[in-house]
Design a protein. Sequence first.
Length: 256
Amino acid sequence: MQNSTTRKPIEIKISTVVAVAILLNESSFPAVEAALKEMTAGSPDFFDDEFAVIDVEAITDQELDWNALIPLFKAHGLNPVAVRHAREEDHATIRSHGLSIDVVSKPRAEPEIQASQVQVPAPVEATPVAAPVAAEPQVIIRNMPAMVIDTPVRAGQRIYARGADLIITASVNNGAEVIADGSIHIYAPLRGRALAGATGNTEARIFAMTMEPELVSIAGIYRTFENGFPPLQAHHPAQVKLNGDSIEVSSVKSAG
């Protein structure tokens, strides 16, 4: 019996894809290659075929060997899908590798106003005005919605709480990845990857009842634990936050 539900051959829906940003600050191929080798410590699955956007804003005035750089990133487990701030003369070469050009929108310039177009209001007689009463101080409470996950996050799974905090009441296993634009709260062991503040929120934090992660990240700044997790924090409730430009791990009990 034919299914009564009509299915279209193709459907287009809104989907969220998380991509890492490769910020290139150096145009020298040997320097970039050496930095990648040091970063990954020779591990072929360090990035696990992550989607990536290459940003060359810091070196837009320098010539880049795209025919060598793009295969280099792929060889280290990164999967470039677009280039941001690329020179126009490089667009054809970049597209020939199957990458898109990520156009960064610029703020629209306000139209100039000629002096003859400015209308000056006629003067009016000033009238006494009572002194304003001091307003009560405004209290701003930042409230972000939350996504709640009640089942274990298994190897190969990726969960992204877009525009929200992420609350998980079960374990995050090795090989799993959890991402949130806000903070991440895990009321169980964290053994996979956790990336909070994915859109740049430096105030985001990661909390877990047991901290044994492969990688943690706050607002794009990450830290791995190839040499093991800090011994005083392992198997205890802990939090991860930014301290300047570095990741800080501390016990929840001792946090000030």
